[in-house]
Every structure is written in C-alpha cells, then in structure tokens.
Design a protein around this ligand. Sequence first.
Ligand SMILES: [Zn+2]
Length: 285
Amino acid sequence: MTSSPSTSLRYDVLTIRRPGLSRDVPSGDPSLQWVANSATLISGEHEAVLVDTFLTEPQARTLADWVEASGKRLKAIYITHGHGDHFFGIRTLRERFPDAKAYAVADVVEAMRRQSAPDMLDGFWRKLFPGEISKTLEVADVLQTPELELEGHRLIPIDAGHTDMSRSTCLHVPSIGLIVGGDVVYNGIHCYLGETTRESRQHWIETLDRLKKLEPKAVIAGHKIPENSDDPGIIDETQLYLRDFNRIELETTTARELFDAMLALYPHRANPGSLWGAAKVAKGA
Ligand SMILES: [Zn+2]
C-alpha cells in the first residue's frame, strides 16, 4: 500500500432461509428443518466487495436488489468455496453489475466447474430445487493476486484446506477485524460433514485454531441462524461440534445412534438433515 486508507470499511450481512439438502430426517423438531445462507457486503465510501452469492435465481435477484440499495459500486464478488449454494447466483449478480468480476482461488474455481457439470447440476441440485436455479451458470475467474483491495484496505483470502469440502477459504479483512468465514465456521446450524473424514475433521479443527490467532472481532458463517450475532465464539462452537462428532462417532455403531447422540447434544441447531447425512456417510450406511 502506498497510502493509508482514509475511510473505515463496514460490512452488512444478508441471510436467506431455504430447504436443506438432506430431507429424510428420521427425527427431530420439524421447525428446525431449514438452513440459511449468508452473503456479506464489505463497503468503503464508494465501492464494495460481495462475498458469496445464493443458490436460486429468485434469491440471487433479492441479493442484487440488496447490493443495489447500498448505493455502492460493486467492484468484485469473492467466492469462498465451490458448493453451488454459494456461487450459483454469480450470473444474476453479474448481469446486474457487469463491472464486477467474480473471483476465487484456483482450486475453488475447479470445484465450481465440477458442481456445474450435468451430473451434479441436473442430477443433484436441480432435482432438489426444480425450476429455481439459473438456466445458465457462471464460475468465478481465478484470482491472480494474493489479495483483493478495497479503497486502500486489504481483503485477504485464507486457505482453509479441507473443511466442509476438499478446498475452502475465508476472507480476512484485518483493518476491521472481520473474517467472512464461508463454510469453515457454522453459526447455530448443523455442520455439513457429508464430504469429511475423521482425519479431515481433525484438520478442520486445527484450521479453526489458525483463525482464532487472527483475533477477529466478527466472524460471519456461510450458514447462520439469521438472528444470531457474528460473535467470534462461533469458532470455538464449531470446533466443539467437530470434536463431539469425532468422539461420538467412535462410541456408536449405527448411523441412527450417532445421529441421536449428536442431536441430544445439539437439539436447537437448524438443519438436522445435514447431521443425518453426515451420520450415514460416517457409518457407511
Ligand atoms: Zn454451504
């Protein structure tokens, strides 16, 4: 940086609720059977950077309206990881804001291509959300620089390795102590563990230690209960959840036992379907 920034950045979070992906939940409170995604707008005096988009076209339009209402010029969209619920909205956003390019690190762009291929797009996503996902999808460009810049402030991608998928990142904004966590942290919602192993969950716990060392003032989870605050304590909560899952996985035999024992510990988290999916994968059921 050649000069120090004059204006402080601010951030705003938009959340939307939607049905979860695993819908065959064996038990639990039906009023918790949903999930919420978050998108974060980091803005300076005139410009803004959006972190992540939403899954369906109507949700992406709501997001575009919200960004437009901020009155800022959208400079870039940063995508934390390659799950469709975080990037299928890129196209709709870029139609509204043609100057804003979407960026992600190379492995994340590769994961986006795999999620957009017919087997995943038609065989999985469109079956769960028929008629709701954009007809044409776009993936992000590979970010060619180590960080993004917004009115003199640094926006730094953090490589989180394997968390809720094989490659994930967060975006760190040191000048305001903000971590936009993507799916590396969960806030009040069952973690998606369907693409994890005991080992990768251990790695995930260690990655969360790295985030704590950055001493954030706020941490925004990619999936959060809309009313919850963005307290950095969600890093500890995510670690505890992962430790509990690894411990109980050893203490139980069947997917149902694992599910029931975790649900007894976390009865108030939203989206128990995600836990059921994780339990089935862990037990090979
Ligand atoms: Zn997600």
